[in-house]
Design a binder for this molecule. Sequence first.
Ligand SMILES: Cc1cc2nc3c(=O)[nH]c(=O)nc-3n(C[C@H](O)[C@H](O)[C@H](O)COP(=O)(O)OP(=O)(O)OC[C@H]3O[C@@H](n4cnc5c(N)ncnc54)[C@H](O)[C@@H]3O)c2cc1C
Length: 284
Amino acid sequence: MPRITVPAADALIDQPITVLDHGFVRLVDYLGGDARIVQAARVSYGEGTKSVREDSALIDYLLRNHHTSPFEQVILTFHLKMPIFVARQWIRHRTARLNEISGRYSVMKDEFYRPRDFEVRYQSTVNRQGSAERAVPEATSSKVMAILQDGQARAYADYEELLSDDVARELARVNLPLSLYTEMYWQIDLNNLFHFLRLRLDWHAQYEIRAYGDAIATAVKAVCPVAYQAFEEHILHGRSFSGTEVEVLLQALDRDSLEAAITETVMRKTRRAEFLKKLDLDEG
Ligand SMILES: Cc1cc2nc3c(=O)[nH]c(=O)nc-3n(C[C@H](O)[C@H](O)[C@H](O)COP(=O)(O)OP(=O)(O)OC[C@H]3O[C@@H](n4cnc5c(N)ncnc54)[C@H](O)[C@@H]3O)c2cc1C
């Protein structure tokens, strides 16, 4: 059986997708694609790929029913450049393998993250971890930019001075701020990458890591367009409800209008049956 290649993914390899002011996401390599998910899922039946429509339906079925292991057969490797504060959030995803630039070994570059004026934001009053929607006046954003720039320049000048005094790189770096850029190679399977994207594309995640999430999503779409579509449909744009929420929804639901709304164009037969079952409204 020939190695699975995906022309859109091949075209993206080694092409950095720019993120923030100095960062990027670069797809280094990939293993498998939509076809690998299908092969892996069908191995137990000794069947290969079928029609495009059947393969897409299978991928959608696997994803919406949490049959996750076939998605683990697809692997993506990235070269990433990001500020250290983004990297700290990133490496919490333990199911990946990574190698990061060593500040003990290398001299860190004079590259720091500064948000653009309109990305300066106030603290949220409702979410302790988040930022507010309301606009920041120009005078405030200019002040923020000036403070960041000044602090970064001073920190880097001190770093260079310590290096010129022959202080060890591992010690000279310790006052460099979280806005400094770092780089890593990062490898992860598609199932865990979807988990990463679910968390980091969500509006609760910090803007800066969401920007990287968008770039990673571009690469995933190139490698596995069908699986990514299923991920968008069932995970990214889906919602889960608590037991109480389900009860309230069921009490408010009018069964007849619901059934009338689920036409064949909205949902095919199997999914319609699954949906009604979820709502305890089996077709009988
Ligand atoms: C919006 C947001 C805010 C956050 N705020 C904070 C914060 O304030 N402080 C903080 O410390 N963290 C914070 N986090 C990080 C968060 O708690 C998780 O560590 C991070 O999202 C990684 O999720 P994960 O563990 O599910 O992913 P992964 O590490 O990729 O793991 C994927 C899945 O594998 C399984 N798994 C992996 N490793 C183990 C293990 N050792 N044991 C058992 N199961 C395992 C789990 O099922 C897990 O869900 C935040 C994350 C988000 C998205």
